[in-house]
Design a protein around this ligand. Structure first.
Ligand code: SF4
Ligand code: SF4
Length: 175
């Protein structure tokens, strides 16, 4: 087996488990009710406001360089890229899934993308709403993109988003 095939087999296996976890995240989201739901909605609102601020800083740069990129980064696995997406669906853990998913309409994941080594939300660009991204995705910038951004402002905004994510309580969503 070539190293490339071995990596891809691992990525596909990791992705299978990730898909199962992702489906459990959705079940959990649908079960949140009452005060727990109100707490989630409030935190989700705060997360999305912070995400929109970051997107306002980065979308102009993305619009400039990503459409003509020949090595786009939304792959499950690529040794050239510093993040590994395959052990998640869309980069989400439970916390950012709940915060991003709350009261939003999402496209169905294109799980068939996996055989092409692509994220299920890839469809000629990210198909998720711009304020519904995972922390893993939103904090990734390739070198080309960094050169087109005010990284000091972006880093500051990312810090605020991280604080919101860290303080969000899954336990309060179970109350
Ligand atoms: S962020 Fe970088 S690697 Fe990803 S699509 Fe844009 S230019 Fe390409
Ligand atoms: S969720 Fe969107 S930004 Fe993140 S890897 Fe998938 S297509 Fe790319």
């Amino acid at each position: 087996m070539s190293p490339t095939n071995g990596r891809m087999e691992k990525a596909i296996a990791d992705f299978k488990s990730a898909r199962e976890r992702f489906e459990l995240y959705e079940k959990f989201y649908l079960s949140v009710r009452g005060d727990a739901r109100r707490y989630l909605e409030s935190e989700s609102n705060t997360y999305k406001i912070a995400l929109r601020k970051i997107q306002a800083l980065i979308l102009p740069g993305i619009g400039k360089i990503c459409p003509v990129c020949e090595t786009q980064c939304c792959r499950l696995d690529d040794p050239e890229i510093s993040i590994y997406i395959a052990c998640t669906v869309g980069g989400f853990g439970l916390k950012d899934y709940l915060l991003a998913r709350c009261n939003a309409i999402w496209p169905d994941p294109r799980y068939e993308n996996a055989v092409k080594n692509l994220c299920p939300f890839w469809n000629s660009g990210c198909s998720l709403p711009t304020d519904c991204r995972s922390f893993l995705c939103i904090q990734f910038f390739c070198d080309k993109l960094k050169k087109n951004l005010d990284m000091r402002a972006v880093t500051e905004s990312l810090g605020k988003l991280r604080t919101i994510l860290d303080s969000f309580s899954i336990g309060k969503c179970m109350a």
